[in-house]
Design a binder for this molecule. Structure first.
Ligand SMILES: NCc1[nH]cc(CCC(=O)O)c1CC(=O)O
Length: 333
């Protein structure tokens, strides 16, 4: 459809921009607190908060403080929180067994939040990178990231997360076949109502740098993730991956990173009409926050504009480290 318009001066586009009321009336998409998923970093200990140097304003929180943060997020109306553990290096092993320890940090955090703030949806990260010393999302043998063996490990990890009470599993590993394997295992174990939000189109991106700092994986990563994460040049492949993951039983899909991949967000939503999310990743956060802290841009306006752009692209929601701040700003709009 080509939007119709009369020739000038019959059409004057500035008429509907003249006042705030007219601009509000003709606004096409809106950002709501209900669109937000808040990623948080969890660490061991009690009453501990630790700043993440490359993400000013973001902290790693001990489980007790994550529960408090979840309660605040729920009060603000944020529907979901997504947990990323900062794992004790002593617990990292080649076989990644801490990943399916029911008492690991992530699972303790899930249980604590669900016990005290049941109304907020808890999303997890399903990938092995917090649990091995090399920082890869899968099992590594002789420098090769194994696919099928990793999928078996991810299934065990997914099951303990579901057991701990997770509402949404977030496989971020980019192995092939993991959605079907997880979905079948969940059905078999009686977790038929646990959702999977597949990181379906996840690109091998430089924008994850600050996150790897936050989870303590920066120095550790050997090489890069290009044999499993996508080539930033590819668009058709993203659509094939989304089709595949939906066919394997994903309830929702994600494009990641966000801002440099809005074309992919739009194509995914238009093609499949499935619940589509974007992850405004750590490097995107750092760019906006860093420029704002230097006085180079208006941070609040830039964060709101960046998130509105995801809605315009067709996303149903956004994972963003700005979630609580944005929720507060939206209350006063
Ligand atoms: N399983 C790894 C994972 N899960 C989420 C992110 C990145 C999130 C961000 O940058 O904010 C990453 C990093 C990576 O793939 O190396």
């Amino acid at each position: 459809m080509l939007p119709a318009s009369a020739p000038f001066p019959l059409a004057r586009f500035r008429r509907t921009r003249r006042t705030a009321a007219l601009r509000d009336l003709t606004q096409e998409v809106r950002l709501s607190v209900k669109d937000l998923i808040w990623p948080v970093f969890v660490r061991d200990g009690a009453n501990l908060r630790e700043p993440v140097a490359s993400m000013p304003g973001v902290e790693r929180l001990s489980v007790d403080l994550v529960v408090e943060a979840a309660a605040k997020a729920a009060d603000l109306g944020i529907p979901a929180i997504c947990l990323f553990p900062y794992t004790d290096p002593a617990k990292k092993t080649a076989d990644c067994r801490e990943a399916w320890n029911p008492e690991n940090l992530a699972n303790r955090a899930i249980r604590a939040i669900k016990a005290q703030v049941p109304e907020i949806a808890v999303m997890t990260d399903v990938a092995l990178d917090p649990y091995n010393a090399h920082g890869h999302d899968g099992l590594v043998v002789d420098g090769v990231i194994l696919n099928d063996e990793t999928v078996e490990a991810l299934v065990k990890m997914a099951l303990v997360q579901a057991e701990a009470g997770a509402d949404i599993l977030g496989p971020s590993d980019m192995m092939d076949g993991r959605i079907l394997a997880m979905r079948q295992a969940l059905e078999g174990a009686g977790h038929k109502d646990v959702s999977i939000l597949s990181y379906a189109a996840k690109y091998a991106s430089a924008f994850y740098g600050p996150f790897r700092d936050a989870v303590g994986a920066t120095g550790a990563l050997k090489g890069d993730k290009k044999t499993y994460q996508m080539n930033p040049a590819n668009r058709d492949e993203a659509l094939r991956l989304v089709a595949r993951d939906l066919a394997e039983g994903a309830d929702m899909v994600m494009v990641k990173p966000g801002m440099p991949y809005l074309d992919i967000c739009a194509a995914v939503k238009q093609t499949f009409g499935a619940p589509t999310f974007a992850y405004q990743v750590s490097g995107e956060y750092a760019m906006i926050r860093g420029a704002a802290l230097n006085g180079w841009i208006d941070g609040e306006k830039a964060m709101l504009e960046s998130l509105l752009a995801f809605k315009r692209a067709g996303c149903d929601g956004i994972l963003t480290y700005f979630a609580p701040e944005v929720a507060r700003l939206l209350r006063h709009q």
